[in-house]
Design a protein around this ligand. Structure first.
Ligand SMILES: Nc1ncnc2c1ncn2[C@@H]1O[C@H](COP(=O)(O)OP(=O)(O)OP(=O)(O)O)[C@@H](O)[C@H]1O
Ligand SMILES: [Mg+2]
Length: 329
């Protein structure tokens, strides 16, 4: 299921509860596709830098070569917020009258701590990566544990609405400025009231602000469209055959569905081997089956791939290749 899904779609997201194997499974899928001749970009949105640990090297926000045909990058939410705010701040400083620099700084400081800021900044980076991935046939996202990812998927729509609101407010302000400008002969009175520069610059500035907001809105709208396009992108939930991961996966699938994103595949990782179990392990295996029946009742319509628990850790490119061999089964 994993390989056929990865060859049909251009963008895959891997999500799920902590520690179930998102990084391992997404990396092994990315490597297998690169080995099959695709140009693949593997992107982690998890602050814990698991990709670097798995591949045994430093990976940053710029793509680095991990294996032939496979590049990787790690997006750090905090750093993403910082660079995002710096961009916004310098754009605002350029566009706002000089006297308002203090206001801009205050606004930026408040924004840094605002709820959803990290997600919004991260989403903008994800949108950028998805927009500019012409060098790759496939982009695979290894995401941070569950709740975060579902919120992220809902965000493009929220962000579009939010940006739309800002644009409308700007338009109202434009009209207000125009009215003030026509009042009386002394145009500087109206302009001074708004703390603005002379009118000729106003129009220029307003249209720049609007252009920036529109570009942002367009970027979120594009991402949303791509997330909803099942020929283009897909969401894979990774889980273990245990009670809580099963319950959380069912909940995650529901949340995603509410945002319009259909789950393309389920990966049940760390399954006990099918043969040769006795005593304690045989009981454990029976328990797995009970949990998977629950999964089946709720999400039986989604394609599923089971992966076996390895005796050893999966670490580095060779282990990942060995791990990926079971994808073909
Ligand atoms: N099938 C498997 N067999 C054996 N070990 C596995 C298997 N899958 C994953 N692991 C191991 O389990 C641990 C957690 O895996 P991984 O880091 O891929 O999970 P994760 O879902 O990305 O975790 P996090 O939520 O912290 O990002 C790692 O040590 C990994 O090597
Ligand atoms: Mg991980």
């Amino acid at each position: 299921m994993l390989l056929s899904l990865a060859s049909q779609r251009s963008v895959l997201f891997f999500g799920g509860k902590g520690g179930v194997g998102k990084t391992t499974v997404s990396s092994a899928t990315a490597l297998a596709m690169a080995d099959a001749g695709k140009r693949v970009l593997l992107v982690s949105t998890d602050p814990a830098h698991n990709l670097g640990h798995l591949f045994g090297r430093k990976i940053g926000p710029k793509a680095v070569r991990l294996a032939p045909g496979l590049d990787g990058m790690e997006l750090d939410p905090e750093k993403t917020v910082e660079s995002h705010l710096q961009e916004v701040s310098s754009a605002l400083r350029r566009l706002m009258p000089a006297g308002m620099a203090g206001e801009v700084d205050k606004h930026i400081e408040l924004s840094r701590e605002a709820p959803g800021m990290q997600e919004a900044a991260m989403l903008e980076r994800i949108a950028e990566v998805v927009e500019q991935h012409d060098d790759y046939d496939l982009v695979i996202f290894d995401t941070a544990p569950s709740g975060h990812t579902a919120r992220l998927m809902a965000l493009p729509e929220m962000m579009s609405v939010w940006t739309e609101g800002l644009i409308k407010r700007r338009e109202k302000a434009d009209k207000f400025t125009a009215v003030l400008n026509t009042l009386g002969k002394d145009r500087s009175v109206g302009n001074n009231m708004l703390g603005a520069e002379p009118a000729a610059h106003d129009e220029d500035r307003e249209s720049k602000i609007r252009r920036i907001l529109n570009r942002r809105k367009q970027r979120f709208a594009n991402l949303r469209e791509k997330l909803l396009d099942q020929n283009y992108s897909g969401f894979v939930i990774v889980l273990a055959a245990e009670r809580l991961p099963v319950l959380e996966s069912i909940e995650l699938a529901k949340q995603l569905k509410r945002t319009g994103v259909d789950v393309a595949g389920l990966v049940v990782n760390k399954r006990l081997p099918a043969e040769g179990l006795t005593g304690f392990l045989a009981e454990r295996k029976a328990q797995e089956e009970i949990h998977l029946q629950d999964l089946n009742t709720q999400l039986g319509h989604i394609e599923r791939q089971d992966l076996t628990l390895s005796a050893h850790d999966v670490l580095g490119v060779d282990d990942l290749r060995a791990f990926a061999r079971q994808f073909a089964n």
